[in-house]
Design a binder for this molecule. Structure first.
Ligand SMILES: Nc1ncnc2c1ncn2[C@@H]1O[C@H](COP(=O)(O)OP(=O)(O)OP(=O)(O)O)[C@@H](O)[C@H]1O
Ligand SMILES: [Mg+2]
Length: 229
């Protein structure tokens, strides 16, 4: 980790309207993320954790406030520019792996590069290295339906990291795994994260995982609190 700022969220607000009711979800979120820094966000179900990640990732829009990522104000980007930024600099791991069932493990890992257009030999080699690192050598050509839950999550992690992203979002990445698989997946995830020096924002209900990050926040009443007590 170094002191270089990667992401700033400034007074992000978001509400949903249901009938005549306005429901405030985010009430002025401020968040700073440094290069290589890991941050966990906990909070009760419905508190707005996924909403916040989606807004930072440009998959949803805020009502007000701004996000500066790598020196760029994301409010000023077109939809297309945001897609390119997401593909190049962001990685995602979700609770359910979201692997494409008709593609093999290695094809799923290479998918962000396939979408971009051209795959270099060095990138295919890197995908193999990642699979090996994740102890999935013997599963390269298996389809997601032929993998266990933990193996699928490891493939999803490799896919999130294949681009050497600057920032990885993980939304309850182990929410669907037993304790043993969860520990294994997280250990590998944090090791790779350090090696690549990618920043990580992880949403989790698991207190132990939350504690293992550089900074811990919880989301309550639409605001991030750093005091866990
Ligand atoms: N499109 C939408 N329209 C209306 N309300 C929405 C919409 N999307 C989310 N919400 C509401 O916003 C709130 C926050 O949802 P969000 O998914 O961010 O919660 P969360 O903290 O990720 O919860 P969980 O831990 O269960 O995943 C919830 O009350 C949800 O019902
Ligand atoms: Mg959620």
């Amino acid at each position: 980790m170094n002191d270089q700022n990667l992401l700033s969220c400034n007074v992000l607000k978001k509400s949903y309207t249901q009938g005549n009711n306005k429901i405030n979800i985010l009430n002025g979120i401020n968040l700073e993320v440094l290069r290589g820094q890991t941050i966990s966000i906990t909070g009760s179900s419905g508190s707005g954790k996924s909403t916040l990640l989606h807004i930072i990732a440009g998959l949803d829009s805020s009502d007000s406030g701004n996000i500066i990522f790598n020196g760029k104000n994301l409010n000023n980007l077109s939809e297309k520019q945001m897609c390119i930024l997401r593909n190049k600099y962001y990685g995602f791991v979700y609770q359910f792996h979201h692997l494409l069932p008709e593609f093999t493990a290695i094809e799923n890992i290479l998918m962000p590069l396939i979408i971009r257009g051209k795959i270099l030999k060095s990138e295919t080699a890197r995908a193999h290295d990642l699979l090996s690192y994740l102890k999935l050598d013997h599963r390269i050509n298996n389809y997601p339906g032929q993998l266990s839950g933990g193996e699928r999550q490891r493939v999803a992690i490799a896919r999130a990291l294949i681009n050497n992203p600057l920032l990885v979002f993980a939304d309850e990445p182990t929410g669907n795994l037993d304790n043993f698989s969860s520990d294994t997946v997280m250990e590998i995830f944090f090791r790779l994260q350090k090696e690549i020096n990618t920043s990580l924002i992880i949403v989790t209900h698991n207190a132990q995982i939350a504690k293992s990050t550089n900074l811990q926040y919880f989301l309550k009443d639409g605001l991030l609190h750093s005091d866990l007590n």
